[in-house]
Design a protein around this ligand. Structure first.
Ligand code: ATP
Length: 266
């Protein structure tokens, strides 16, 4: 691995849930090391445990077994920032107050937090809406506000659960390119869930492909496409197409397995 330090180390992570249909194993035997500054994506069939894994990394849930080690910051910055697919903006706050929210919790003065928030609002192209309330924004715009808030927090680790899932294609490409640019500048360790092979390929250093239920590591693929990346150009390369094919063939088996299991359950 090309990283000097690891940021996240998962050993034999397991997650079981008790449901009214009995105990289910959502995750089993997860062993992964994510490098400091790495862009690491996770793809897998629906229900394979991607969100569960991210929630464990975020500390919103605990593993039933195994160990989760995450590098801690010493300078009081938050360890992680989480961006969900569903928009997680506060409806009673303006755009700028939403973006500056994490900074306020850290006791940063209003002047400074507004300066930082304005920088990220500019980056996501919403300067004209800084004083607007979420109900005045489209779904995609609200999604961009959550992304800006995550960056403004300046966390050690960015955890993103399909952050662009609700966007139309044009805004999605713009934000992917923006995320690439900000990531290349900041080199934040990023764990990114997506259903899109293309999105994972354009953004990542490595892609974890998970098995269908229970979620385990099927394969981890190095994405050795050159950086800095331009999304439009990278898609036209032969290597992109080869990687796409490899990932799809690996994932396809699991998607079909997942569908068979679903049919058997019903
Ligand atoms: N709180 C919970 N209680 C019981 N079962 C749960 C809970 N959270 C998740 N599960 C189950 O764990 C499994 C993994 O769910 P998870 O949401 O992590 O999958 P996913 O890969 O993110 O799915 P998708 O791609 O559809 O978003 C599923 O079978 C789900 O039903």
């Amino acid at each position: 691995m090309p990283y000097d330090n690891t940021s996240i180390v998962l050993k034999n992570v397991e997650k079981k849930f008790i449901t009214n249909r009995g105990q289910i194993t959502a995750l089993a035997n997860i062993n992964i090391s994510i490098g400091d500054g790495e862009f690491f994506s996770i793809v897998g069939p629906s229900g394979c445990g991607k969100t569960t894994l991210l929630r464990i990394l975020a500390g919103l849930d605990t593993a039933s077994g195994g160990s989760v080690d995450i590098q801690i910051t010493s300078d009081g910055r938050p360890v992680n920032s989480l961006v969900f697919q569903e928009q997680s903006v506060f409806p009673w706050m303006t755009v700028i107050d939403n973006v500056a929210y994490g900074l306020k919790l850290r006791g940063i003065s209003k002047k400074e937090r507004y300066q930082i928030a304005e920088k990220y609002i500019r980056m996501i192209g919403l300067s004209k809406f800084a004083k607007a309330y979420p109900h005045q924004l489209s779904g995609g715009m609200k999604q961009r506000v959550s992304v800006a808030r995550a960056f403004a927090n300046d966390p050690e680790i960015l955890l993103m659960d399909e952050p662009f899932g609700a966007l139309d294609e044009q805004n999605r490409i713009l934000l992917q390119q923006e995320l690439l640019r900000i990531w290349e500048l900041s080199k934040k360790t990023t764990v990114f869930i997506t259903h899109s092979i293309d999105e994972a390929l354009c953004l990542s250093d490595r892609i974890l492909i998970m098995t269908a239920h229970p979620g385990t590591v099927k394969s981890i693929i190095d994405i050795d496409l050159p950086r800095p990346r331009d999304i439009a150009s990278i898609r036209t390369t032969m290597h992109y197409n080869e990687l796409f094919r490899t990932i799809w063939l690996t994932l396809r088996e699991e998607v079909l397995k997942g569908k068979k299991m679903e049919l058997a359950e019903n």
